[in-house]
Design a protein around this ligand. Sequence first.
Ligand SMILES: [Zn+2]
Length: 310
Amino acid sequence: MSSFYRDLKKAELHLHLEGSLEASTIHEMHPNISKEEVAAKYAEKGFSAFLESYKWVSVLLETPDHYALATRRLLGQLQTENVEYVELTLSVGVILWKQQNVAAIFDAVNKEARKSAIPCFWIFDFIRHFDLDHAMRVAELAAERARDGVVGFGCGGDEARGSALTFVPAFQLAQRAGLRLAPHAGETSNAQSVWDALEVGADRIGHGIRAVEDPALLRRLRQDGIPLEVCISSNVATGAVEHLLCHPLRRIADAGVSVILNTDDPAMFGTTLSEEYERAEQLGFSRDELRLLAETSFQFGFNKQVGSPQ
Ligand SMILES: [Zn+2]
């Protein structure tokens, strides 16, 4: 890896803690699980296989200590990447599904975040193919921690089985608590899903790449200054795009829409934020453009007290 990509000071805004678990960290938590077993799980391709692997790895996080270890290892890795601001997504919906204690887990991960040299904030997300009650519960938990490191609220899961519009009361509850909204949309579903996310008040869109199919939507995103959190390797691994070189990042940026490069689930997709910048170069971005992308990534952070580094 050329040091150009690593040396760029970067913000990472779309990164699921659960998807960051390296085989070595899993082996540390569960010595009976071999690194080969983890590698085999992560190598499965396609969106349904990805959701299954995500569930599998989430279940391995059995205690607040496991979550703390995951956070520690991830933040350590991000430091070597010159990441200088991060918002980590915590799948609170999955924690509830596992019937674990959200408060104890959040206290454990937030303690690790506070110890890190990187300013680290949290986005709580719910599972969109569960019901509204589930989303409301996650929104309440996010609202309770709005002054304690949580800056955003979003949703993940199977987009085709849950429009953002179904969850308007949950998004409103989060907004009333001062949280910003970053739902996944337009990843595996279509441009309409991004329109729905805008209707619920999204401040950023997780993925949003299918917006490329709708010129009116691209115009709207540009006019409203809503950025897309683009995760190139993730899109290739889940099959959201057929091949790296088919990725619409270039076309979206050329339409004047703001983009931020992210890893999504770096361990599962075998990537790093530096490598995502390298992929963007393969898609036709010049080094000056990459510098600009890195610089502007800070502007879209939800914690406005944290500005771009000097
Ligand atoms: Zn994601």
